[in-house]
Design a protein around this ligand. Structure first.
Ligand code: SAH
Length: 351
C-alpha cells in the first residue's frame, strides 16, 4: 500500500525530494499544501508540474479516519470514536477550556503497561499507532473546530497507550503538528504523559522541541507503585527520579507529576508526606486528578482531596486540583473503546 502522506514531517519530505533530485523548498510547498490549504487530491496541487503530481500520486495516499461515534458531554467535552483502516477502534477526546481547545491523543491500540486502575490496561496492546493516525486525530478534529469558527490550541498525549512505547512515531507526530508551516501547535502547548519508561526519558532529554513532560507518578512509595503500576517493577522510583533530574538539567523544563487520588489507597496524609519527601525541592508541580471510576477503585472524596492538596501546598509543593471533564460520557481513558468493543463482542457472540 502507498504511504500515508500524513506520516511525513517536513524534513522527511525533504529527504524524499532530495532523492528525486528536487530542491528542498518543494518539501515546504507540499507540507503547506497538505496542512495549510488542506488539499486532499494531488490534481489540485497546481504549483507542482503534472509529471510531479503523478509521481506524488504514485508514492502517497490521503488517509482519512472514519468517525464512528461522537459523544458530547454536558460540559462540551466531545469524545470521538475513530475507525482506522484495519478496523481498529481508537478514541480521541476534545476538551474546551477557558484558554482554548485541547485534544487528548491516543498513541496505541490498547496498552501493555497494565496499570490496575486504568481502563486502557484491560485491553492488551494490539499495535502501535502510526504517525499519520496520530496526526489525523489532531488534524480532523481541528478541521471540525474550524468549521465552527474555532481552532485547536493544545494537544495532550494522554489518550490510550504509552507514548514512550511508541517513541519514534510519537516524536515524528510532534514534529508534524508543531511545524510552523502546518498546524502550528506551539511546543509549549503540547504535553506528553508517560508512566515512566526511564531510558526513553533520557532519550527525550535531547529532543529539541520544548514539549511539556508529565509523569504519571500516582504513588510515592515503591511497594505501592509496583503493586498498582507494573512499570515500577522494572524502573523504580529512584531510577525514575534520577532520570527526571537529568531531564531537568538538560532541558530546564518544569516537570508535571500526575497523581490520581484513589480512596484509601494513595490519598492519606502519610501518602502526601511520602510525596513531599520524594519530590520536594524539584522544579515540578503536582496535578491532582479526580479518579474517573472504572472498576473496583473509588475516587477520594472532596475533603480528602482538599486535605492532600493543602498538605502539599503547606510543604512548598506546587499543586493544582485538576477539574474533571466529560464524566457523563466516560471520557476517562479507554472507557468508550472498551464499551464499544464489549458491544461488538457481545453482538458477535450473539450471532
Ligand atoms: N501511558 C501514559 C499516558 C496515558 S494515561 C501515562 O501513563 O501517563 C493518561 C493519564 O490518565 C495517566 O496519568 C493515567 O494514570 C491516568 N488515568 C488512567 N485511568 C484513569 C482514570 N480512570 N481516571 C483518571 N485518570 C486516569
Amino acid at each position: 500500500m502507498k504511504n500515508s502522506i500524513y506520516n511525513y514531517s517536513r524534513s522527511s519530505f525533504e529527504e524524499y525530494f532530495l532523492k528525486l533530485g528536487s530542491p528542498k523548498f518543494r518539501a515546504t510547498q507540499l507540507f503547506e499544501a497538505v496542512y495549510r490549504q488542506r488539499i486532499t487530491d494531488f490534481s489540485e496541487m497546481t504549483n507542482f508540474k503534472k509529471e510531479f503530481r503523478l509521481k506524488l500520486e504514485e508514492d502517497f495516499r490521503f488517509e482519512h479516519l472514519e468517525i464512528v461515534k461522537e459523544q458530547v458531554s454536558s460540559d462540551e467535552t466531545r469524545k470521538y470514536l475513530f475507525r482506522l483502516e484495519d478496523n481498529t477502534l481508537i478514541e480521541t477526546v476534545l476538551m474546551k477550556h477557558n484558554y482554548g481547545f485541547s485534544v487528548c491523543v491516543t498513541t496505541q491500540a490498547g496498552c501493555n503497561m497494565g496499570c490496575l486502575f486504568c481502563a486502557s490496561g484491560q485491553t492488551k496492546k494490539k499495535r502501535n499507532l502510526t504517525t499519520s493516525e496520530m496526526v489525523l486525530q489532531v488534524f480532523q478534529i481541528d478541521q471540525i473546530l474550524r468549521e465552527s469558527g474555532n481552532r485547536l490550541s493544545h494537544v495532550v498525549i494522554m489518550g490510550i497507550g504509552e507514548p514512550f512505547d511508541n517513541y519514534d512515531n510519537v516524536l515524528e507526530f510532534i514534529r508534524i503538528i508543531n511545524d510552523d508551516k502546518g498546524l502550528e501547535i506551539g511546543s509549549r502547548h503540547i504535553t506528553l504523559s508517560t508512566c515512566g519508561i526511564v531510558p526513553k526519558i533520557y532519550e527525550f532529554s535531547d529532543f529539541p522541541l520544548q514539549v511539556n513532560l508529565a509523569v504519571s507518578l500516582h504513588f510515592a512509595n515503591d511497594e505501592k507503585r509496583s503493586k498498582y503500576m507494573k512499570i515500577n517493577r522494572k524502573y523504580g522510583l529512584h531510577d525514575l527520579l534520577e532520570a527526571l533530574r537529568y531531564y531537568y538539567q538538560k532541558t530546564n523544563r518544569r516537570i508535571t507529576f500526575e497523581y490520581i487520588l484513589l480512596a484509601g489507597i494513595n490519598d492519606s496524609i502519610n501518602d502526601a508526606q511520602e510525596l513531599v519527601k520524594l519530590i520536594g525541592g524539584m522544579n515540578a508541580y503536582v496535578n491532582l486528578i479526580p479518579y474517573n471510576e472504572t472498576g473496583i477503585f473509588k475516587r477520594s472524596d472532596e475533603n480528602q482531596r482538599r486535605a492532600f492538596f493543602d498538605y502539599l501546598m503547606k510543604n512548598n509543593i506546587n499543586a493544582i486540583m485538576r477539574k474533571e471533564q466529560g464524566h457523563d460520557i466516560d471520557a476517562a481513558c479507554g472507557q468508550l473503546r472498551l464499551k464499544e468493543m464489549q458491544c461488538e463482542e457481545e453482538s458477535s457472540s450473539n450471532q
